[in-house]
Design a protein around this ligand. Structure first.
Ligand SMILES: [Zn+2]
Length: 397
């Protein structure tokens, strides 16, 4: 026995027990940390990599994140979706984590693939936290105006401009670290980004040529991540929130986050900031009930994934070109991008209230919609105000 093993308390335990313990890891990051910290646990992971990762993912991550992790793990075995359309709906379609092909590819290869998946999970987690922290910091600097009295105007914009208001008076309240669901939305988006990049890399190397048509490979090559997945507009805005941040970091616009190991077809690596550990909700124990309620809640009809957070629903209603409210045409007629940069595609209700963007008690966004539209509108810059969709141009007035 090596000195290492003597210091490793898990080294004393029979293998069977070590397997049971490692399978109880409360999340993929703990699994990775345990295998790193304890050589005995590392050996167990290397001996039963697929079985262990399959059980841990099944018990600890939500279904959409699991499907994205399955897809990334398969890509590490050079197993890719059979077609472009299968790739575009990958987070929506049930799959098995481990296929026969993966099982029969040899233990070394499986151990390497699983370890690299876990390294990606840690990196996706680090990106999610860095992005959320940055958005929270920026949104705390917002100073929206408060409406005092409506005024007349020919258009909603004139009404806003003529209204009596307290200018830039509202100071956001600190909601604190990201909630569990905010973290999940962000992590799913970064996994979608990671998989898209890996798939493009596979297309570039010719690995898709056996199954995909030339046309589909070309389509993938020309795609950008926001147009690639077959998802709702709200989820698209969440993916864009992640990819905007990636772009800002890699271009050096956000100097506080340093991306190393920049490759064309993967998320670059960023260091995990220790400070984030204390603020992390997603590594809290994923109790079974919570996971189950999330699963029942999410697929198809749930709130988290299908309709998306309140902010996007409010935007959709207020910008609907065929909708009316109180006899007025609804007019938050600017691209969502103007608010995406403040994290509005990600935030939970509580944070939107604290930012002054949502009424604290009214459940319906139609109530007090004028004063809250005014708050949203008051955040726009001169340049953004010029991007107003013209209803007249569209023949809608
Ligand atoms: Zn976290």
């Amino acid at each position: 026995m090596t000195a290492n093993t003597e210091q490793d308390p898990f080294g004393q335990l029979p293998e069977e027990l070590r397997i049971r313990i490692i399978k109880l890891s409360p999340n993929p990051f703990s699994l990775r940390n345990l295998a790193h910290a304890s050589p005995a646990m590392g050996r167990v992971l290397d001996r039963y990599p697929l079985e262990i990762v399959e059980e841990v993912l099944e018990a600890t991550v939500t279904s959409k994140i699991r499907r994205m992790m399955d897809a990334v793990l398969k890509a590490r075995f050079s197993v890719f979706p059979a077609s472009l359309s299968e790739a575009q709906t990958i987070a929506e379609t049930d799959s098995t984590t481990v296929t026969e092909e993966m099982r029969s590819s040899g233990l070394d290869r499986a151990a390497t693939a699983v370890r690299s998946l876990l390294a990606s999970a840690a990196n996706v987690h680090a990106w999610s936290h860095a992005c959320l922290e940055n958005l929270i910091r920026k949104s705390m600097q917002l100073r929206p105006s408060t409406l005092i009295k409506k005024a007349d105007g020919y258009t909603r914009r004139e009404e806003f401009e003529n209204a009596e208001s307290h200018k830039k008076d509202y100071i956001p309240q600190d909601t604190g670290p990201p909630s569990w669901v905010e973290e999940l939305r962000m992590m799913l988006s970064f996994w979608q980004l990671q998989f898209f990049l890996e798939l493009q890399g596979a297309g570039h190397k010719g690995s898709l040529d056996a199954n995909w048509s030339r046309q589909d490979v070309d389509m993938l090559t020309r795609s950008s991540v926001d147009g690639f997945y077959d998802v709702s507009n709200c989820v698209r805005e969440q993916i864009l929130t992640a990819s905007d941040f990636l772009g800002a970091v890699t271009s050096g616009t956000i100097a506080s986050v340093e991306a190393v190991d920049q490759k064309a077809y993967s998320l670059p690596t960023i260091p995990w900031v220790e400070d984030a550990v204390s603020k992390c909700r997603c590594t809290e124990a994923f109790e079974k009930e919570r996971i189950n309620s999330y699963r029942n809640w999410a697929p198809g009809h749930g709130y988290v994934d299908s309709q998306g957070p309140w902010g996007y629903s409010f935007y959709s209603a207020m910008s609907s070109l065929d909708g009316w409210l109180d006899g007025y045409r609804l007019t938050l007629c600017y691209p969502f991008q103007c608010w995406r940069k403040h994290g509005f595609a990600i935030w939970d209700d509580k944070r939107m209230v604290d930012l002054g963007m949502r009424h604290p008690t009214h459940k319906s966004f139609m109530k007090a919609s004028f004063s809250y539209s005014f708050r949203w509108w008051s955040l726009l810059t001169e340049e953004e105000l010029r991007q107003e969709f013209s209803l007249r141009e569209q023949g809608l007035r």
